[in-house]
Design a protein around this ligand. Structure first.
Ligand code: ACO
Length: 346
C-alpha cells in the first residue's frame, strides 16, 4: 500500500475592502492602463484596520473544514504559510489551532513568501506519508498591505491581502490503483538572489517590520525560467506530459508569467485558473485562493489533475501535482496514526 495525502476540501477568505487601480492612480503617478497592461491586475482586496493574517486564516480554515465535512478536532496538523504573521511569535498557526479547536495535534508557520503554500503543502504531505499526521490543514494567509511602501508605485500596485486553505487526509492506496491526492512536490531555493526581492526590516536586523523591495525585471526573468524548469521536473517525476494536466493553478504574480507557463504547457488559457485581475498578488494565499474559486464554481472537479506552481522571495520556488478530491467508488478507510495520541488540552 502507498500512503498518500488526499486533498479533500478547500476554503478561502478575502477582506471586504477593494482598492481599484483608479483609486491608486488618484494618489500615485500610475494608471489603470499601465497596471493592467504590465501585470493583468485590476484591483486588490485589503484587510481592514485591525484585521490580521490570523483572522483571515481562521475564516479560510473554517470554510475548508466545512467543505471537507470535518470539525476542528479532526485536524492533527496545521501548517500555515505566511511572510506576514500576526506577531513575531507565537506562530499564527497556533492562533488558528485554538480558534478552530484543533487541539489534538501540532501547528506551526512556514515562511517561503510567495512559494509558501507549495512549501507548506510539501511539508504536510511528508508528515502524512511518514505517518506522523493523519488530517492536515494547509493554509496560505497574508496581509501584504502592511509590508508595502504605499508611495512606491513599482511595488504597491502589485499586492493584495487574503487567505486560502486546503484539507489533506491520509489514505492508503493499493498498488496499481489510480493515484489520487498529492502525487509529488518539488521545492527549490537560491539564497544568492536575496537582493532582488526582500523586505528592508525584521526583528533581528532593524527591529522594524520594513517595506517590500523588488527589482521587478530581474524577478520576472527568474520566474519564467525557474517555473518552467520546476514544471518539467514535476511532470517527469510522475512520467506524465503536459496533456495529462487538467488545470494549472499558478501563483498570481503577473498575468504575463502565467500565460508564459500556459504556453509552455501547450494549455489553452481556459484551463488556467487566473484570479490576478481581482485578487492581485496575495503571496502565499494566491494558489489556495485560486484553487478554491475554481472548485466552488465547478471548474476543478474530483479526479482532475491539478498543477500548482509558485515563486517568490528567497528566491524560493516549487511545484506540486495533485489529483484533487476523493475517489467516489472508494472513500478511503481511515488510517491509524503511529505517533501517540495526545490528550486534548482542556
Ligand atoms: N505605474 C506607472 N509606471 C510605473 C509603475 C506604475 N505602477 N511602476 C513602475 N513604473 C515605471 C518605472 O518607473 C519604469 O519607468 P522608466 O522606464 O521611466 O524608468 C517603467 O515603468 C518600467 O518599469 P519596469 O520595472 O522595468 O517595468 P516592467 O515591465 O518590468 O514591469 C513588473 C514591472 C510588473 C513589476 C514586472 O517586472 C513583474 O511582474 N515582475 C515580476 C514580479 C514577480 O513575479 N514577483 C513574484 C513574487 S513577489 C513575492 O515573492 C513577494
Amino acid at each position: 500500500m502507498t500512503r498518500r495525502s488526499l486533498m479533500i476540501g478547500c476554503g478561502s477568505y478575502l477582506p471586504e475592502r477593494i482598492i481599484s487601480n483608479d483609486e491608486l492612480a488618484a494618489r500615485l503617478d500610475t494608471s489603470d492602463a499601465w497596471i493592467r497592461q504590465r501585470t493583468g491586475i485590476g484591483q486588490r482586496h485589503v484587510a481592514a484596520e485591525g484585521e490580521k493574517t490570523g483572522d483571515m486564516a481562521i475564516r479560510a480554515a473554517e470554510r475548508a473544514l466545512a467543505h471537507a465535512g470535518l470539525e476542528g478536532e479532526d485536524i492533527d496538523l496545521i501548517v500555515l504559510a505566511t511572510a506576514t504573521p500576526d506577531d513575531t511569535f507565537p506562530a499564527t498557526a497556533a492562533r488558528v489551532q485554538a480558534a478552530i479547536g484543533a487541539l489534538n495535534g501540532f501547528a506551526f508557520d512556514v515562511q517561503a513568501v510567495c512559494a509558501g503554500f507549495i512549501y507548506a503543502l510539501a511539508i504536510a504531505d511528508n508528515f502524512i506519508r511518514a505517518g506522523q499526521a493523519r488530517t492536515a490543514l494547509v493554509i496560505g494567509a497574508e496581509t501584504f498591505s502592511r509590508l508595502l511602501d504605499w508611495n512606491d508605485r513599482a511595488t504597491c500596485v502589485l499586492f493584495g491581502d487574503g487567505a486560502g486553505a486546503v484539507v489533506l487526509r491520509a489514505a492508503d492506496q493499493a498498488p496499481g490503483a489510480p493515484s489520487w491526492g498529492v502525487l509529488s512536490t518539488h521545492l527549490h531555493t537560491d539564497g544568492r538572489q536575496r537582493d532582488i526581492l526582500y523586505v528592508d526590516g525584521g526583528p533581528s536586523s532593524t527591529g522594524t517590520v520594513g517595506h517590500l523591495r523588488m527589482v521587478g525585471k530581474e524577478v520576472y526573468k527568474h520566474a519564467v525560467t525557474k517555473l518552467a524548469a520546476v514544471i518539467d521536473e514535476a511532470l517527469t517525476a510522475n512520467g506524465l506530459d503536459a496533456s495529462s494536466v487538467d488545470w494549472l493553478v499558478p501563483h498570481q504574480a503577473n498575468r504575463r508569467i502565467i500565460e508564459s507557463m500556459a504556453h509552455k504547457l501547450g494549455m489553452p488559457l481556459d484551463k488556467v485558473v487566473c484570479t490576478i485581475e481581482r485578487h492581485a498578488n496575495t503571496s502565499a494565499a494566491s494558489v489556495p485562493l485560486a484553487l478554491d474559486e475554481a472548485v466552488r464554481d465547478g471548474r476543478v472537479k474530483a479526479g482532475d489533475l491539478v498543477l500548482f506552481e509558485a515563486i517568490g522571495g528567497g528566491l524560493a520556488w516549487g511545484a506540486g501535482l495533485v489529483r484533487f478530491g476523493v475517489p467516489a467508488e472508494a472513500a478511503p478507510a481511515p488510517v491509524e496514526i503511529r505517533r501517540e495520541e495526545v490528550e486534548p488540552i482542556a
